[in-house]
Design a protein. Structure first.
Length: 179
């Protein structure tokens, strides 16, 4: 609701009374500006000091361009690190330049957010008029912590026939092993 309607009387004697949608009234010599108008059809009536009124005039306030974009994310590869990322791409609509945010408070010019921890995020972008696009519930995950279990078979006598069996868990398989 951030549109405006400006009304300028062209005849009659002021001061004038301007009524928007039968409810909002402004007075003055004109022109007058009705702020915070929503998109859609509105009616304006102007009356002069002699009590003469215009017929209702219909004014259509158009809606601003719809902001659109796509949000992608990269999950964390190793447990406990901050390597997640969110990218807001294909920003379109509204007036450039765009700004980007993960909290709707702190804004930046880059559409990429790196160094993120495992959590649930919201992504925002806004145009030069302050109109916003948002996407919620972007979940960055991390794998379970790496762990291993091992079992040892001792060599028999003086032979080199002992063995160590190591089993990895957590993280992202496949695993690589080394002694």
């Amino acid at each position: 609701n951030n549109g405006t309607i400006t009304v300028t009387p062209t005849s009659g004697v002021g001061p004038y009374t301007f009524v928007l949608d039968g409810t909002t009234t402004l007075t003055g010599a004109g022109p007058v500006v009705f702020p915070n108008v929503s998109a859609g059809s509105h009616s304006v009536v102007v009356s002069n000091s002699a009590g003469c009124s215009t017929t209702p005039t219909t004014i259509i306030v158009g809606a601003g361009a719809v902001l659109m974009g796509t949000v992608s994310h990269t999950n964390i590869l190793c447990n406990g690190v901050s390597t997640g990322s969110i990218t807001i791409a294909n920003a379109a609509g509204g007036a450039t330049p765009y700004q980007y945010s993960l909290d709707g408070v702190n804004w930046q010019t880059s559409n990429v957010f790196n160094g993120l921890t495992a959590a649930t995020y919201s992504a925002y972008f806004r145009d030069n008029n302050g109109c916003q696009f948002s996407q919620n519930n972007i979940v960055i995950t991390q794998p379970a912590a790496l762990s291993l279990t091992s079992s040892v078979s001792q060599p028999t006598c003086a032979q080199a026939n002992g063995s160590i069996v190591v089993t990895g868990a957590g993280g992202v398989s496949p695993y690589q092993y080394s002694l």
